[in-house]
Every structure is written in C-alpha cells, then in structure tokens.
Design a protein around this ligand. Structure first.
Ligand code: SAM
Ligand code: SF4
Length: 330
C-alpha cells in the first residue's frame, strides 16, 4: 500500500516517520546508567525472530516511515543481524537505515554492515580513559571501541556520530576531551542528559545530572558554538564550530523538552510497540503478527491514537519507568 499522505499521524498532529527497532535486549557491556550489574534477559522464545522484525519494519515503511534505527541492547550481539540489515536496506521508500552500537565489535562488523546497506552509525563513547571506561561500562575495553570507530571510518560511513552520556563527578571533566576527539576523527558528537529509566545503584541520578546548558557553556568557552538548523530527524539540537566539520549535538530530555517535535516510536524485541520512551503506552505487535497478521498495518495506524503528548521525567522521584534502556531500545 502506498499513500500520498503518510497515515501515521497522532492526535497532536505529529507525523511518525521514524522507527527505532530493538533487535535484542542483550549486551556485552553493562553501562552503569543503562543496566543493573546483574541482569536477567528475556528468554529466547519471547523475542521476535529476524523474520518478524523484518515484517514489522516493512509494514512501517509501507506506512510512510523513511528512517529506521537498529538498536537494543547491543545490536551486534544478535546472531545474523547482518541478514536483517540487508533485507531492510532493500525496502523501497526507506531512506535511512542506521544503527546505534557500543562499538565493541565494529572492527569486525563495520565493513560488512556498510556493504549490507547500513547508511549511518552512532557509537557510544563516554570516556577516553581506559580505567574509567571500564568503570562506566563495567566490562568494556576502550581500545576495542576506538578500533571500532576507526573501522567505521575506514568502511566509508559518511556520517558517524558519537554519543556520550555526561554525569557530574563521573565523566563531566572529559567533555572537552571528547569534543577534541570528535574533531580529530572528523565525526559528530552528541551529549545526552541521563534519563531515569530503571533503578540503578551506582549513582544518584539527581546529583549527577549535568544539563545540556552546562555542557554548552563549557564547550562554547573553548570553541564558540553556533546553533544550526540542521536536524538528523532525531532529538539532537546541533551546533557548529567555526573551524571544524564536526557537529556538536545536545540531547536534553530534561532541560529542553523536545516532545512536541517527536516523530518516532520504538519496538521492543518482545514486539511491544512503545509510543513514548517515557510512558508505558504500548501495543503488542508480536501477538498481532502471530494471530492476525493481516491486521498488522491497521493496528499500527490505530496505535497512533495512544501516543502520549509528552514524557514527565523527574530525577528527584523514584523512576516511573522501571524498564531499563536496553529493553526500551535507545
Ligand atoms: N548498545 C548500544 C549503545 O550503547 O550505543 C545501543 C543501545 S543503548 C541503550 C542506546 C543509547 O542509549 C546509548 O547511547 C546509551 O548511552 C544511551 N542510554 C542508555 N541508558 C541511558 C539513560 N538512562 N539515559 C540516557 N541515555 C541512555
Ligand atoms: Fe549495552 Fe548500550 Fe546499555 Fe551500554 S548503553 S549497557 S552498551 S545497551
């Protein structure tokens, strides 16, 4: 089905043209802001097969979605994820097929991903110090991620973006080093305010909160930032530096609410279509696929009616959302 007006519009007039597809809840890292140290992952029987992930992606593209991001968990720990990339990449109407990865396995995967049709990649990098990197990811090795970033560059990806979650007292002293690293490698970098998803034990999110305004202030003092109207179709607000092609993005779920511009929905690997990162409104598409596959597109269209107007994150309260980011699909 092709329609002139994309049918995915919510009650607030927002067009949904972007799907974040979580391909696994598993991960080879245990980042302190994302997961508990001791995690129980979903049993395999409860997760969508690659075929089902493809079917849902294809249904969204037929309904006007032009951008899909594969995420998780760590998408590169899902077996045969390359075959999914290849099939999704060949969908008519899909303009961007991107991935968010922790980068640990990119030295092996960057080139095959590029060849399979992936158009862009975001790589998480919260520290450039080996010991601190291990502390923040609990198990990760910085050298592997740096090799992954180099491999992504060598593979030919045009736009590579680094993502850093900044926490006061944990890595806020590395903001400028991270900007320098991005400038050096000629890649973009976004700084993210930590969101209260799931209960974590290692730090108090309210105390470690570092606002985008503070990040902007510190970068601007060394590299004057000019606001840019560019958008990647995601939540980053972009800034340019006069002497570099690298862009600085700020993702500010707390300090600059971007819900009015929201153009996206998320699918968990259990097949739950989440209409908002910060609310529990969802539709079980796995059961639709298994019991009434002919209804899939209509159920997606109907789901737009329960997309909430905005999230209500509050760092001073207990998290309202008990699911961790790895099950949500970042
Ligand atoms: N494993 C991949 C990675 O780390 O890039 C993809 C999934 S991860 C959940 C996606 C993004 O969410 C990462 O950039 C990560 O830093 C971010 N993230 C995880 N938990 C978060 C939280 N509580 N608040 C803000 N960002 C978070
Ligand atoms: Fe894994 Fe990404 Fe979560 Fe870190 S942020 S634990 S790499 S899913």
């Amino acid at each position: 089905m092709t329609t002139a007006t994309p049918p995915l519009q919510d009650r607030f007039g927002r067009q949904v043209d972007y799907l974040r597809l979580s391909v696994t809840d598993r991960c080879d890292f245990r980042c302190v802001y994302c997961m508990a140290e001791d995690m129980t992952f979903l049993p395999r029987r409860d997760i969508l097969s690659l075929e089902q992930l493809y079917d849902i992606g294809a249904a969204f593209v037929q309904l006007g979605v032009t951008k899909i991001r594969l995420t998780g968990g760590e998408p590169l720990v899902r077996r045969n994820v390359l075959s999914l990339v290849e099939r999704l990449a060949s969908l008519d109407g899909l303009e961007q097929l991107n991935m968010t990865s922790n980068g640990a396995q990119l030295d092996r995967y960057a080139e095959p991903l590029y060849r399979a049709g992936l158009t862009g990649i975001n790589i998480s990098l919260d520290s450039l110090r080996e010991d601190r990197f291990k502390e923040l990811t609990r198990v990760g090795e910085l050298s592997k991620v740096l090799a992954g970033i180099d491999a992504a560059k060598a593979a030919g990806f045009e736009r590579i973006k680094l993502n850093a979650v900044i926490m006061n007292g944990r890595n806020d002293d590395e903001i400028l080093d991270l900007v320098d690293f991005a400038r050096d490698r000629n890649v973009d970098i976004s700084f993210i305010e930590e969101m209260p998803l799931g209960h974590i034990s290692e730090h108090d999110r309210a105390l470690s909160f570092c606002s985008s305004d503070e990040i902007h202030r510190r970068i601007h003092a060394r590299y004057p930032l000019t606001a840019s109207a560019e958008t990647s179709g995601g939540p980053s607000r972009y800034y340019r530096m006069a002497d570099s092609a690298s862009r600085v993005g700020l993702i500010s779920p707390h300090s600059h609410n971007f819900c009015h511009l929201c153009n996206r929905v998320r699918l968990t690997v259990e097949g739950r279509l989440l209409l908002c990162l910060g609310n529990e409104y969802s539709v079980d598409l796995k059961s639709v696929l298994e019991n009434q596959p002919e209804q899939l597109q209509q159920r997606i269209i109907d789901a737009m009616d329960i997309k909430p107007e905005r999230h209500h994150f509050d760092l001073n309260d207990e998290p309202q959302i008990v699911r961790f980011m790895n099950t949500t699909g970042g």
